[in-house]
Design a protein around this ligand. Structure first.
Ligand code: FES
Length: 142
């Protein structure tokens, strides 16, 4: 399928080993779902759950920088640069990526991690008001 420049852009999804065409400005998540790849997307593509996360294993240069929503999630969860939200990433060229939330157990763990990170972020001001130092927060992983 040609993109805006008339070039056929394909993305490859691991571990499925499926390669699909991606339309101009289409997200990785949309292309996968269109191809019936069982890509987790608990929030429906709104950058709120992180279950669509992928690790780009080839073609990171073909992915535009994170948008504001994805950047906030990446900061909150400490994503490495190659970990992207499939619902927010619109490749401009070919990429190969690995889905990271593959089953219900991983889905539950991803949700628990997000809730824990939000909870720690909410506790941080209370710790500071109570006079706790950063060392106290570090012990909690905050
Ligand atoms: S589908 Fe929820 S963050 Fe992408």
């Amino acid at each position: 399928m040609p993109n805006d420049g008339g070039i056929v852009v394909k993305i490859t999804c691991l571990p499925d080993g499926r390669t699909v065409d991606i339309e101009p400005s289409e997200t990785i998540l949309n292309a996968d779902l269109r191809a019936n790849i069982p890509h987790a997307h608990a929030c429906g593509g709104k950058a709120k759950c992180s279950t669509c996360r992928v690790a780009i294993v080839d073609g990171l240069d073909n992915c535009p920088p994170r948008n504001e929503l994805e950047d906030a999630m990446a900061l909150r969860l400490g994503f490495a640069p190659e970990v992207r939200l499939a619902c927010q990433t619109r490749p401009r060229g070919g990429v190969t990526f690995r889905r990271l939330v593959l089953d219900e157990i991983l889905l539950l763990l991803a949700r628990a991690l997000l809730v824990a990170c939000i909870g720690l972020a909410m506790l941080r001001p209370a710790f500071h008001r109570a006079g706790a130092g950063n060392g106290d927060l570090a012990q909690l992983g905050a």
